[in-house]
Design a protein around this ligand. Structure first.
Ligand SMILES: CC(C)(COP(=O)(O)OP(=O)(O)OC[C@H]1O[C@@H](n2cnc3c(N)ncnc32)[C@H](O)[C@@H]1OP(=O)(O)O)[C@@H](O)C(=O)NCCC(=O)NCCS
Length: 178
């Protein structure tokens, strides 16, 4: 069972363990994540855990919330004994525009629907905050991510030449109307 929680500063070391493997030269630092988490008004970050015991012995009120739920947030004191960290994602919403700032699934957990759970949670949050559109940038050579966004109906708006440095790779800018 995949459960999501709001990302807290205590989760940053878990994220950083995988950040470089997933994002290479575009990796974020601990300080960048701390700055993001310091702005809960415009930001919404979630972390995903694979938790086989998610509902063992817990009532609906006190256990982690299933990822399928529109809320998709486990309480901070949820039992953590057997959980495995599997991914994270972050959203910014300003006015009626949301932007997906990051999304990643740890390598050993990829292709099992975890980013789909994370994306669904970000889109629920974007709608809850009354965003009318979601924007993002993706490396033009990132086929897995481009396939995922296409499945959600994102459409390409343009290309930012050399957006990713120092690799000098272009970014495709994508948009999804909500
Ligand atoms: C892109 C990424 C987040 C997908 O995570 P994931 O948990 O493996 O994704 P899911 O299992 O939910 O798959 C969702 C869809 O993405 C697409 N996809 C994911 N991995 C793919 C791959 N290796 N090849 C082709 N399509 C892929 C598919 O359309 C898939 O749907 P399907 O399995 O029904 O065909 C993951 O590959 C990753 O972390 N990459 C490195 C970080 C990154 O590039 N983030 C995005 C930056 S813009």
């Amino acid at each position: 069972m995949i459960v999501l929680e709001r990302m807290r500063p205590a989760h940053i070391p878990l994220v950083l363990e995988h950040e470089h493997a997933l994002f290479g030269t575009e990796s974020w630092s601990a300080g960048m994540y701390r700055d993001e988490l310091a702005d809960p008004w415009n930001r919404h970050y979630v972390v995903a855990f694979d938790d086989p015991d998610a509902f063992a012995g817990a009532s609906a009120d006190e256990g982690p919330v299933a990822a399928e739920s529109p809320i998709a947030v486990a309480p901070p004191d949820a039992k953590t004994a057997h959980r495995r960290f599997v991914g994270w994602a972050g959203l910014m919403v300003i006015g009626d525009t949301a932007e997906i700032l990051t999304i990643g699934t740890v390598p050993l957990a990829q292709r099992r629907g975890i980013a789909t759970v994370l994306m669904d949670a970000l889109l629920v949050e974007a709608r809850r905050r009354r965003a009318r559109e979601v924007l993002l940038e993706v490396r033009v050579d990132n086929e897995p991510a481009k396939a995922m966004y296409a499945r959600y109906g994102f459409e390409q708006m343009g290309v930012r030449r050399g957006y990713y440095q120092p690799t000098n790779v272009d970014a495709a800018t994508l948009r999804l109307a909500l």
